[in-house]
Design a protein around this ligand. Structure first.
Ligand SMILES: [Zn+2]
Length: 378
């Protein structure tokens, strides 16, 4: 009889297993039902603009399942896209209050909340959260906080942040932004030593070289100006039109104009139409007018340019009195056409302007404007 009871043991074990499984399944089903119910209620209240009650239900949902964080983030992002920033802020604030969230999730929520505050114009609140994130070494906070300091023109705050957390600044764009902060502060505080710092932290930026040359030019230190701007045009030939006229005048004032021609000859292959015009002007000074005409005509066939065409008209005039008048009239028309064209263009958003801006007024990128290229450009 006892042996028979042993035979029943596997049956009892199987029964226990099935019951246990069913009980776990039931528990999971009950939890899922609770999640769906709280989520639906919370969502309904939020959609009905009854935020307090909506958030109360969503808080309960968080207590039942921490996995629901993704739903919140999606929901908040949806509200933000619809421009309903108050709702997005409430959801992100709610998430940050939860005690058991993963550290990385908390950082993401804080970043999202800071983005909401920026869009809502609550810059102080945004800064507060972004500063916490930078102190925690969260690199994703660098772009928004640098944009925020650019917007508020808090150059010093940005510089202090860089000095305290320089290990986070690995990207060229971040270093270039800080270099521009140093330049802005140097100009604002009339403190040229800050330009040196800007150069040391970002070798791929134009601005420090430009500002140091400009400062030297302002103080009639032409040798120093040539030193910086020669470096600028050699390293960033596409920016040459920004300084070329003044750079040439430095060589003229020092009575070493031929050295400018040597520099232009070095840049000829990489440079645009302005470099080619300067090269032709060098040839004209040497009396080689026909060679200059031939050179420019050839280069215009390969790369058409309105500015090049205008200079060619100047080179051709004076040869025949009968057609001089016509050439001069055409040149006037061409020059007035050029005057309507923007001198600078943003490589990031396409914004165009007659004035050079180091911070693009449209997309807020630093050093994204450059002298325009192509048919109407330099
Ligand atoms: Zn732009």
């Amino acid at each position: 009889m006892i042996e028979l009871l042993f035979l029943l043991l596997p049956v009892a074990a199987a029964y226990g297993y099935v019951m246990g499984k069913n009980s776990a399944k039931n528990q999971a089903l009950e939890q899922s039902r609770q999640i769906t119910s709280e989520y639906s209620k919370g969502l309904k209240f939020l959609l009905d603009r009854e935020e307090d009650q909506g958030l109360e239900h969503l808080t309960k949902l968080l207590e039942v399942s921490a996995d629901s964080v993704d739903h919140y983030l999606t929901l908040a992002s949806l509200f933000r896209k619809r421009g309903e920033l108050d709702r997005a802020i409430k959801i992100h604030e709610l998430l940050l209050k939860q005690p058991n969230l993963d550290e990385e999730v908390v950082k993401s929520c804080r970043l999202e909340l800071a983005q909401d505050y920026i869009l809502a114009g609550l810059l102080d609140s945004a800064e507060e959260h972004l500063v916490i994130l930078v102190k925690l070494g969260f690199k994703e906070a660098l772009d928004p906080i640098l944009n925020l300091y650019s917007q508020t023109r808090d150059w010093r705050k940005g510089m202090h942040m860089y000095e305290a957390h320089s290990e986070l600044f690995k990207k060229n764009s971040h270093c270039a932004t800080i270099a521009n902060f140093y330049c802005e502060a140097a100009v604002l505080e009339n403190n040229p030593s800050l330009f040196e710092k800007a150069t040391s932290l970002a070798h791929e930026t134009v601005r420090p070289l430009y500002e140091m040359g400009k400062d030297a030019y302002k103080h009639d230190d032409y040798v120093k100006c040539i030193y910086y701007w020669r470096k600028l045009v050699s390293q960033f030939v596409f920016m040459a039109p920004l300084v070329l006229e003044e750079l040439e005048s430095c060589y003229v004032k020092l009575n070493i104009h031929e050295q400018f021609f040597e520099l232009i000859s070095e840049l000829l292959e990489k440079g645009g139409v302005l470099i080619r015009i300067k090269f032709c002007q060098g040839m004209v000074r040497q009396g080689k007018i026909s060679e200059a005409v031939e050179f420019l005509t050839d280069s215009l066939k390969r790369e058409p340019s309105i500015r090049g065409f205008s200079y060619l008209l100047q080179l051709l005039s004076g040869k025949d009195a009968k057609i001089d008048h016509v050439l001069q009239e055409i040149d006037k028309l061409v020059k007035s056409y050029i005057a309507t064209k923007p001198n600078y263009q943003c490589g990031h958003c396409g914004f165009t302007s007659h004035t050079m801006y180091w911070l693009c007024p449209s997309c807020k990128h630093w050093e994204s404007l450059a002298p325009s290229r192509g048919l109407d450009g330099y």
